[in-house]
Design a protein around this ligand. Structure first.
Ligand SMILES: [Zn+2]
Length: 275
């Protein structure tokens, strides 16, 4: 088994040449056998932007797309995921009303949808706060999520969801209401109990069991690439490293690895994962 016959896909990673290691982190991923990555846009706060309108998200999306181009020049395949980080609701509502924050975030998602229509990105990102908050904020976030699901149904694309830990089973129903299948909703930082497609942190101990059970899931590092928060997450090498370690230890088979890194992301995102 070498990296030449097995695609290795990180389903959720950030690369930030301004605040982090940038391309050096992408090279680390590649050196360990990583081949494909889903590059996710960062929150507007990482760019010192306080969004007032949907178009205020555009510089963040443009930066993500330009970083994707630079990573492709290294020989990696990059799929761009654009959207509005769920924590934006608290930040934006702090300077306006909750209803206005919902509108601004929905506009941001519409701007992201334009990039998907143009083929510059493959999926939307949305969610609700993963931290303790008020029922009003949860309700407002669910309205944003419903808009994201409706846009995704219209575009025929997937949505990565960042939400509280646990199954988030209600999001499968919310997705169905909007016309999007639960398997096209990817639960970022997932636990195995979700009816959505779980994207598992590479070091999650349940991966071998889920693979043996034939579950459809992906793997991610959620590497943030911020020098100010070096220990915040696991590193950019973690998906290829964990994958090859589990294969050599006999914890997952090569077929399992193909399902995790190729078949599942191809089906969920409607992309081709080729070497
Ligand atoms: Zn992330």
């Amino acid at each position: 088994m070498t990296s030449q016959v097995l695609p290795v896909t990180d389903d959720h990673i950030h690369i930030d040449p301004v605040n982090g290691r940038g391309l050096a982190a992408a090279k680390d991923f590649q050196r360990l056998g990583g081949t494909h990555l889903f590059l996710v846009s960062k929150p507007t706060s990482s760019f010192g932007i306080m969004p007032r309108k949907g178009k205020d998200f555009a510089p963040v999306f443009d930066e993500t797309i330009s970083v994707a181009g630079a990573i492709r020049d290294l020989g990696l395949s990059v799929f761009v995921v654009l959207g509005v980080h769920p924590a934006e609701i608290t930040r934006i509502a702090g300077t306006t009303t909750l209803d206005e924050a919902v509108v601004i975030m929905e506009e941001g998602l519409s701007v992201a949808a334009e990039y998907i229509r143009e083929g510059k990105a493959v999926a939307l990102k949305s969610g609700r706060p993963h931290y303790e908050t008020t029922p009003e904020v949860v309700d407002a976030s669910n309205r944003v999520l419903l808009s994201a699901f409706r846009l995704a149904a219209e575009l025929g694309c997937a949505v990565q969801v960042h939400a509280e830990s646990g199954p988030c089973a209600d999001l499968a129903d919310l997705g169905k209401r909007a016309g999007i299948e639960p398997f096209r909703i990817v639960k970022h930082y997932a636990t195995p109990d979700t009816p959505l497609t779980p994207s598992m942190i590479a070091t999650h101990p349940d991966i071998p069991g889920m693979a043996a059970a034939g579950r459809a899931f992906t793997m991610e590092s959620d590497y943030m690439d911020e020098n100010s928060r070096p220990g915040a997450v696991i590193g950019p090498k973690s998906v290829p490293r964990a994958t090859f370690r589990m294969i050599s230890a006999g914890l997952i088979s090569e077929d399992d690895a193909h399902r995790i890194h190729q078949e599942t992301p191809e089906r969920v995102y409607g992309v081709e994962i080729a070497l």
